[in-house]
Design a protein around this ligand. Structure first.
Ligand code: NAD
Ligand code: G6P
Ligand code: MN
Length: 441
């Protein structure tokens, strides 16, 4: 069996230890000869990397492990780059969330003005990573889950149309697992149909391998409980604020009663509710800094201090095993069916063929092949067209340095009530992002 060489870009991410542990747990199906971490914040990365180095010696000494801030070292001789960078880190996420809230507008990591601001930061960082990858390992594939994935995907389509970058999100994976708990099925044994943009879509069919339709049971359950289920044993999305999000799916279903919604639609369909239920002084970024970030970095320090991972190991992020599924699909041409963010090309028949959409794909050694989902109804199509225009305007604003296009993007977002509120938020975001955005004229 072929052995792969991997670089994780965003080595200092809170997800890195869990993903490394998951990959070590999956070596039997996805063999790795070399694993490198790369980050542009050497100090942040080093804390995790030193601890991971200790763990790797104990559980997988045969895998060559290293970490670096040097792009050449990181990207030379690699088969896959797994990218999860956060340009501006949590300090900027906090501002993305808090600035719109000053104007009683949704403050969220990837949706509305916060997502737009994050997109304007991510595009440059992502284009840089792709350049490094293509310079030092031209055959390498990038599996990207850096956010905001739909804006990043659109930027890749426009600026890097021939690059081997596959954008993917874990939300459909996580929600499908919840559906599995609800329907008493292994998610691997469920076939789905789905259409949408990233963080903006609907399941139109969920079936058992033998063809049994699970939709009636799921729709009935979700109409009462959303995706909340006592049976869920998850490694993420368990904080109280996430539980509220899973529950809110019941209200999303009311607008599209025949489809199962992506939970992120709550920011577009019930923005007033979201604002009312958000503390403007303590947002999700604060929860993550006080929770996941603290836990992961404390665990790393404990391992470094003890010189061993025995007694204080990182936990395996099983939820992230879809990343290995994806790498296997490309590396071994498994043609597994997975939801990916790809150019539409007719998969959603009555939607812009050049839009970057999220649909089921067959993934093989040439990448993802979208599967036809047919026509979609007017309501969902209208919402998607509006949101697609927002995402396109952000990418155009970044490329052209256009203040007007970014103002149009904010104004068009369903989360923002008017052009004047959009302008006030934009001016604040622009000031906060001086270091990260291109200059806008
Ligand atoms: P984090 O801040 O802990 O980690 C991000 C790391 O990226 C930091 O160490 C930072 O220094 C590094 N970084 C920033 N800019 C960089 C650049 N230009 N080059 C190299 N490294 C850079 O963030 P996190 O919460 O662990 O999340 C990481 C990313 O994964 C985010 O983009 C997040 O939105 C994304 N994410 C996506 C999904 C999905 O479904 N697509 C799921 C979870 C997380
Ligand atoms: C889901 C989404 C990701 C997003 C994450 C935020 O997994 O698919 O795109 O980054 O949630 O989770 P957090 O715990 O950081 O709020
Ligand atoms: Mn996502």
């Amino acid at each position: 069996m072929k052995k792969f060489s991997i670089v994780i870009a965003g080595g200092g991410s809170t997800y890195t230890p869990g993903i490394v542990m998951m990959m070590m747990d999956n070596l039997h199906r996805f063999p790795i000869r070399s694993l490198k971490l790369y980050d542009n914040d050497g100090e942040r990365q080093e804390t995790l990397a030193k601890a991971i180095g200790i763990v790797m010696k104990e559980i997988a000494p045969e895998v060559d492990f290293s970490y670096t801030t040097d792009p050449k070292e990181a990207f030379t001789d690699v088969d896959f780059c797994m990218a999860h960078i956060r340009v501006g880190k949590y300090a900027m996420r906090e501002l993305d969330e808090k600035i719109p809230m000053k104007y009683h507008v949704v403050g969220q990591e990837t949706c509305g003005p916060g997502g737009i601001a994050y997109g304007m930061r991510s595009i440059g960082g992502m284009m840089e990573l792709i350049d490094f990858m293509e310079k030092y390992s031209p055959d390498c594939w990038m599996l990207n889950y850096s956010n905001p994935a739909s804006i990043v995907a659109e930027a890749c389509r426009v600026l890097k149309p021939h690059s081997k970058v596959l954008n993917i999100c874990d939300m459909p994976v996580g929600t499908k697992r919840r559906m599995g708990y609800i329907a008493g099925r292994d998610p691997k044994d469920m076939d789905v149909k789905y259409f949408g943009l990233n963080h903006f879509g609907w399941w139109t069919s969920v079936k058992d391998k033998d063809g049994t339709d699970l939709m009636p049971q799921l729709l009935d359950y979700v109409s009462k409980n959303g995706y909340l289920t006592e049976k869920a044993v998850e490694t993420q999305h368990m904080d109280e604020s996430w539980q509220q999000t899973h529950k809110k799916a019941a209200d999303l279903l009311k607008l599209s009663p025949d489809f199962l919604p992506n939970t992120y639609l709550k920011y577009y369909l019930y923005p007033d509710y979201v604002v009312e239920h958000t503390d403007p002084c303590h947002t999700r970024a604060n929860e993550v800094m006080e929770g996941r970030e603290k836990e992961v970095f404390s665990a790393a320090r404990a391992i470094i201090e003890a010189g061993t991972a025995k007694g204080s190991a990182f936990s395996i992020d099983n939820h992230a095993s879809f990343i290995v599924d994806l790498a296997c699909a490309i590396g071994f041409n498994t043609r597994e069916q997975m939801l990916c963010i790809v150019e539409n090309k007719g998969a959603i028949s009555n939607f812009d063929p050049t839009a970057m959409v999220e649909v089921p794909c067959l993934v093989g050694n040439e990448g993802p092949e979208p599967l036809c989902q047919g026509n979609i109804p007017t309501f969902e199509k209208g919402m998607m067209e509006e949101q697609l225009a927002v995402e396109r305007l952000v990418v155009e604003a970044w490329i052209e340095g256009s203040y007007l296009k970014l103002w149009q993007a904010l104004t068009l977002s369903k989360t923002v009530p008017s052009a004047s509120v959009a302008k006030q938020i934009l001016d604040d975001l622009m000031e906060a992002n001086k270091e990260y955005w291109p200059e806008l004229k």
